[in-house]
Design a protein around this ligand. Structure first.
Ligand code: NDP
Ligand code: 8X3
Length: 251
């Protein structure tokens, strides 16, 4: 029987690339995100390979998260793999200049949103004593860099939640692990810099940054190990990057 994967943040970047790979690897795919047109477009593209269902909700909206996930049609209601990927950085400012709305967005989306989606799906995994949760953290969850303050805090929280989830779900045989990417060239920096495309593209200038497909490939590798193998914590840098602040650029 085909397994079903639910991917949050599937309208762009890592989530979209993961949906594309998983669809071609014969998983049924549930695409989540806010942007309905993008969901519809991707659903159409992937329907050529597998069964696809789209859910449009904001992960900050607690009620919407639970009601949407609880009303999945029967053929998609068993979620074997959850990929908690939705998230972004908002701003890159010293703490004293930080924008309170940016702080709210990062904590509400990256931390609380991940918790809500997990809470909606974990009970069925417990009932079946099977399942796999992959939390997309970041190197920002392993180290703090100047001006990264609240984004780093949100990803440190993801790291902690990932470890806590693995402990708490251990009695039920549920696999839990995190992947922590370094620089991946997606819409991430455009969101961080509020649509400033020049500033965003500068981040990746002069190096071979990771591409969304690189992380998607690794996600598929992690998911497709034999069930007794749980990859719990994985840091992935582009070769040009050695830490959050050490990056070799050819410019
Ligand atoms: P993108 O900006 O390309 O994608 C972000 C995705 O998250 C979009 O699909 C977006 O969908 C979704 N999303 C954002 N806010 C919400 C919300 N409130 N409700 C529901 N969905 C939301 O960035 P990436 O692909 O790079 O980011 C994916 C994950 O990877 C994030 O958790 C990010 O922190 C992490 N990461 C990224 C790195 C990078 O360098 N790019 C490095 C390390 C980690 P929509 O707007 O349609 O709702
Ligand atoms: C994204 C990578 O270095 O911008 O999480 O925090 S970084």
């Amino acid at each position: 029987m085909k397994k079903t994967v639910l991917i949050t943040g599937a309208t762009s970047g890592i989530g979209k690339a993961t949906a594309q790979i998983m669809a071609k690897k014969d998983y049924k795919v549930i695409l989540c995100g806010r942007r309905k047109e993008r969901l519809a477009e991707l659903e159409k593209e992937l329907s050529e390979f597998t069964e696809v269902h789209s859910l449009s909700f904001d992960v900050r909206d607690k009620e919407a998260v639970f009601s949407t996930i609880n009303s999945l049609p029967a053929e998609f209601s068993q979620i074997d793999v959850l990929i908690n990927n939705a998230g972004n950085a908002h701003g890159l400012d010293p703490i004293q200049n930080g924008n309170v709305d940016d702080w709210d967005a990062m904590i509400d989306i990256n931390v609380k949103g991940l918790l809500y989606v997990s809470k909606a799906i974990i009970p069925q995994m417990i009932q079946r004593k099977a399942g796999h949760i992959i939390n997309i953290g970041s190197i920002a969850g392993k180290e703090v860099y100047p001006n990264g303050n609240v984004y780093c805090a949100s990803k440190h929280a993801v790291d902690a939640i990932n470890n806590g989830m693995r402990m708490d779900l251990n009695p039920y045989g549920i696999r839990v692990g995190a992947i922590h990417p370094g620089m991946v060239e997606t819409e991430f920096s455009e969101v961080r810099f509020k649509g400033d495309a020049d500033r965003a593209s500068n981040v990746y200038k002069g190096l071979d940054a990771l591409q969304a497909e690189d992380i998607a490939d690794i996600i598929h590798f992690v998911v497709s190990r034999k069930y007794h193998v749980n990859i719990a914590d994985l840091i992935v840098y582009p070769t040009a990057q050695a830490s959050a602040t050490i990056v070799k650029k050819n410019i």
